[in-house]
Ligand binder design. Sequence first.
Ligand code: NAD
Ligand code: ZN
Ligand code: ZN
Length: 339
Amino acid sequence: MKAAVLHEFKTPLKLEQVDLPKPGDEDVLVEVEACGVCHSDLHVASGDWPQFAKIVKKPLILGHEVAGRVVERGARVRNLTTGDRVGVPWLNWSCGECEPCREGNENLCARQKITGVTVDGGYAEFIRAPASHAVKIPNNLSAVEAAPLFCAGVTVYRALKRAQLARGERLGVFGIGGLGHLAVQIGRAFGADVVAVDISEEKLEFAKSLGAQETFRAGSGDELKTLRETGGVHAALVTSAAKAAYDAAFSCLKPAGILLIVGLPAENISFPPILMAGREIRAQASAVGTRQDLFETLAMAAEGKIRAQVSTRPLSQANEVMEELGRGLVTGRAVLTPR
Ligand code: NAD
Ligand code: ZN
Ligand code: ZN
């Protein structure tokens, strides 16, 4: 089959023919119809996260926002059948036995496998996945619309669900990219007043079209002064890979506000304790989501409450798409299609 393969960090993916994966007894083989290009793929491909780089399989097929159709199933698979439309998320497999798994946080599983990181992902014509973790796609969602929900969607859904915003509270979304554009919609669906912040005027216009009530362009100056002077935000969700977005978000929080840590810059983030204590700032990090979070995210999309805005590109353009994403040139989510 055709696949885009990462051989070494910081080198372009190679488009090549690789062996078709064989499903084990508990796996399905999925024909990929769409795979979203997440900014995490850029971090993985550049070895950005030193604490993480050592678990990256090599050579590796990237891609963890996979949507397709089951074409083969292992002997012990009962929950899925040939022809089923499924997605394969970042959380490829979890053990069900460790402490986080037993406590309902399978996304924190100590033994988890990660799609497009520790096992091959969806920048390919086919993917093998454990049937237990491949999740059915609602009938009224196309593969390209569904794919981004398997990482971008579920991640911001979980972060916002756990923030427990009250109706009418102000939510700042810092970074209106693949994750952020879905966060704006989920924030609105949860009843928050959404403030969108990005460095790009075009992304802010996009955020408005998705329902953001206010927009602010972040830059080198003090463009967020007005946001602070009008009271700041109850919750600041950082969905940007830039450290600067964290500094901006922190400065805009109301007393007792919550910083939602989702974007993953390679650099450390740091805040003065006196300013954290003085305002009793809370911080809550979030790692993608559980299957339950994914069901809930897909249900919101099936009900028309959220919709991923996608541009489709052929798999052969994987490198170009990644380059464009790195330069901030992708609006919504770019989705690769193998055919
Ligand atoms: P993206 O490139 O689609 O979006 C990032 C957005 O941030 C862009 O619109 C960009 O213009 C904007 N931006 C850049 N600098 C900014 C600044 N200083 N202030 C405000 N906005 C700024 O990326 P994405 O796919 O949405 O991913 C975003 C981040 O989330 C990445 O770091 C990714 O690794 C991370 N992520 C985390 C999880 C998790 O589980 N925690 C899951 C998925 C992705
Ligand atoms: Zn992702
Ligand atoms: Zn576990």
